[in-house]
Design a protein around this ligand. Structure first.
Ligand code: ZN
Length: 268
């Protein structure tokens, strides 16, 4: 799976910064409902964003300015912005971009009778870019990426497999608006959400065996002291996080960069 970052810092969810109450409780799987498999339709880096050029070189430029990285009710009336999106870059490669920090609530699934998985309980939500729904190869590729993405989240946050639901299922459960994704697409190829969950379960169990030793000593933000050898002066190092995945560390570096704070990653 190719996973990258481009935080939608101009979106309403990013600006509102409604924090989840603890870890995400589940995952909502969406698909976009429009025939456009390209990531650039939905995501673009903000002006001045770190890696602006690299991201645009990867996904391409959206000439229509209708991506999610804006508070603009005309092009994005419901302020939609999920945590991640899977689709094609400019070279037709399938990539997964994380676009919101996982600890923020997103605006993804609307509301149902009982509430909303946007905030209560807060779920991680991601979109899969649809094509014209007739290409089984593309469907398979994005499903593989989605399964891997979910398995990583299950491992990171101990998300129960049963709490991985499609938007359609989320509506049935009373926590989302009435949409058909992803079943209207998946069912064409004989896929069900049960099959999807089974595949995530298998992969996360296999992954758990492989990465158990990497499980983080999740120290909270803190300060550690160390002696400088030559001058015997004390150094005060500020730590803002410790992550088991390099990806998450890189995301934090990006966030700090955006606030004009230099930082670096130390592997230990
Ligand atoms: Zn949806």
């Amino acid at each position: 799976m190719i996973q990258k970052f481009c935080l939608m810092v101009n979106s309403k969810c990013y600006k509102d910064q409604i924090l989840m109450d603890g870890n995400p409780k589940g995952i909502v799987v969406h698909s976009t409902g429009a025939n456009n498999p390209y990531l650039k339709r939905y995501i673009q880096p903000a002006d001045g964003y770190p890696d602006y050029d690299r991201i645009l070189a990867d996904i391409g430029v959206n000439k229509y300015h209708n991506d999610w990285n804006r508070i603009d009710t005309k092009s994005n009336p419901n302020y939609v912005c999920p945590h991640a999106i899977i689709g094609k870059n400019d070279k037709d490669e399938i990539e997964c971009y994380q676009i919101l920090p996982f600890e923020f609530c997103c605006y993804g699934c609307g509301k149902g009778d009982k509430g909303s998985y946007n905030t209560d309980p807060a779920y991680i939500q991601f979109e899969i870019c649809e094509d014209d729904l007739t290409n089984p190869k593309y469907f398979e590729q994005v499903m593989d990426t989605a399964i891997e993405f979910c398995a990583t989240l299950v491992f990171l946050y101990n998300i129960p497999i049963k709490n991985i639901v499609s938007h359609k299922e989320a509506h049935k459960l009373g926590y989302a608006s009435n949409h058909r994704d992803i079943e209207h697409w998946a069912n064409r190829y004989g896929w069900t959400m049960d099959l999807f969950r089974d595949k995530v379960r298998s992969l996360s169990e296999a992954g758990e065996k492989n990465v158990k030793e990497l499980k983080p000593s999740l120290s909270e933000a803190g300060v550690c002291l160390s002696e400088a050898d030559e001058k015997k002066e004390k150094l005060y190092k500020v730590q803002v996080g410790a992550y088991s995945k390099r990806l998450n560390a890189e995301m934090m570096v990006n966030k700090l960069k955006y606030k004009n704070i230099d930082s670096f990653i130390v592997e230990c």
